[in-house]
Design a binder for this molecule. Structure first.
Ligand SMILES: NC(=O)c1ccc[n+]([C@@H]2O[C@H](COP(=O)([O-])OP(=O)(O)OC[C@H]3O[C@@H](n4cnc5c(N)ncnc54)[C@H](O)[C@@H]3O)[C@@H](O)[C@H]2O)c1
Ligand SMILES: [Zn+2]
Ligand SMILES: [Zn+2]
Length: 373
């Protein structure tokens, strides 16, 4: 019996997302069918809508899904029917990066996450009998059901049985990326200063992780004062509005320079200011989606002389199986209170949720697709 689902279809930025009925393909051996309970809205969904990221449209987006497994293919061991799961990005499992548990840098990232289909070209979703672009981040969770994979499905540990899935859903991208950037990519050391540019989901997760790592001071920069106030609540020791020459204020505060600068804005001027503040051996991590034509310039001598480094970061270097349970653990201990970032919306309010993200009124919108039980 074919499984039908309601899915939000993105046709670009000239029209709103439209919820329509789609049909799921039969499962392959490494796939799971998940009844989606909730899915976070990430800025990267909008980057695809605006075609800054080359995912073919129309498509079903959504890559922070969480739900209950309904059926699994013969080769699946990650979860079984009835399990509560979080979905994240997909990877091949068989390339030089996957071999060293660095799947965010999978050599085959594109076909597994952004091609709109399975790697063999087959469609996971059909619309009115025609192939529909889906399998976005190996899930396409802006839908009531999703086909996920062995490698991008993480079972929620029993210790988190009391935490609702709708709260856990954003762990699969934005939160994991910010926290992982600090704890895994840049490996922030205790006692060194860090500045986080952009206090959205990714930046806030980085700030909470910087506190866990013992960075000091922890500086948040944003152009939204409410977000800066929240950053302070989550661990920032200093906040500066980006409209008021934040770079000069950071230089005054940390005359020896920053151990770490983390940019989530993707804005050239902000990134160039950020790395201009680095101390010797300082690391500048960049994660923001930017215009594909954007280029950055830097002074060779300044970088070489001080052993400064710029690091592109995807997914916070997360190894899903170990890092997501670790983040849940921090959450259970009260060290990662990301629930403060979330605003909930019903699935049919998806366009309101996106607007709330873009106008800055909600840091992390989460869509509710179905009740957990
Ligand atoms: N590389 C990855 O793996 C990865 C993963 C998730 C998200 N992303 C990208 O990271 C970026 C951040 O994601 P997010 O969900 O936190 O987005 P967001 O829009 O919630 O956060 C961006 C923040 O930057 C602030 N900002 C804008 N202009 C600024 C300026 N001039 N100075 C300082 N702050 C400024 C905004 O007010 C906002 O709070 C997005 O571009 C997203 O696509 C990348
Ligand atoms: Zn994302
Ligand atoms: Zn790989």
């Amino acid at each position: 019996m074919p499984v039908h689902a309601k899915a939000a279809i993105c046709r670009g930025n000239s029209e709103p997302f439209a919820i329509e009925e789609v049909t799921l393909d039969d499962l392959r051996p490494d796939e799971l069918r998940v009844r989606i309970v909730a899915c976070g809205v990430c800025h990267t969904d909008m980057a695809v809508r605006d075609q800054q990221v080359p995912v073919p449209l129309p498509a079903v987006l959504g890559h922070e899904g969480a739900g209950i497994v309904e059926e699994v293919g013969a080769g699946v061991t990650a979860a079984k029917p009835g399990d509560r799961v979080i979905l994240s990005f997909n990877s091949c499992g068989d390339c030089p990066s996957c071999d060293i548990d660095a799947p965010t840098y999978c050599y085959n990232f594109f076909p597994h996450n952004w091609s709109g289909a399975r790697t063999d070209g087959s469609a996971t979703l059909m619309l009115n009998g025609e192939k529909l672009n889906a399998n976005f981040f190996g899930q396409s969770s802006f839908a009531t059901y999703a086909i996920a994979h062995e490698r991008n499905t993480v079972r929620v540990p029993d210790t988190a049985a009391d935490i609702p899935l709708e709260r856990l859903s954003p762990l699969g991208c934005g939160l994991m990326t910010g926290a992982g950037a600090v704890l895994r990519s840049m490996k922030v050391r205790a006692g060194l200063p860090i500045a986080v540019f952009g206090a959205g989901t990714v930046g806030m997760a980085a700030i909470m992780a910087a506190k866990i790592a013992g960075a000091d001071p922890i500086i948040a920069v944003d152009v939204n004062d409410e977000r800066l106030a929240m950053a302070m609540e989550l661990g920032a020791t200093h906040i500066f509005n980006g409209k008021d020459d934040a770079a000069a204020k950071i230089r005054d505060l940390c005359p020896a320079g920053l151990g770490y600068a983390f940019d989530t804005t993707g804005i050239n001027k902000v990134i160039e200011d950020a790395w201009g503040l680095l101390a010797p051996m300082g690391v500048c991590g960049i994660v923001g989606a930017s215009n594909p034509e954007d280029n950055l310039t830097f002074n060779e001598a300044a970088f070489m002389g001080g052993g400064r480094r710029v690091m592109g970061i995807l997914g916070g270097d997360s190894d899903l199986e170990s890092f997501l349970p670790k983040l849940i653990d921090y959450h259970l201990k009260g060290q990662f209170p990301f629930e403060k970032l979330i605003g909930y919306f019903e699935f049919n309010q998806i366009n309101d949720a996106i607007a709330a993200s873009e106008n800055g009124s909600v840091i992390k919108p989460v869509l509710r697709m179905s009740a957990e039980t």
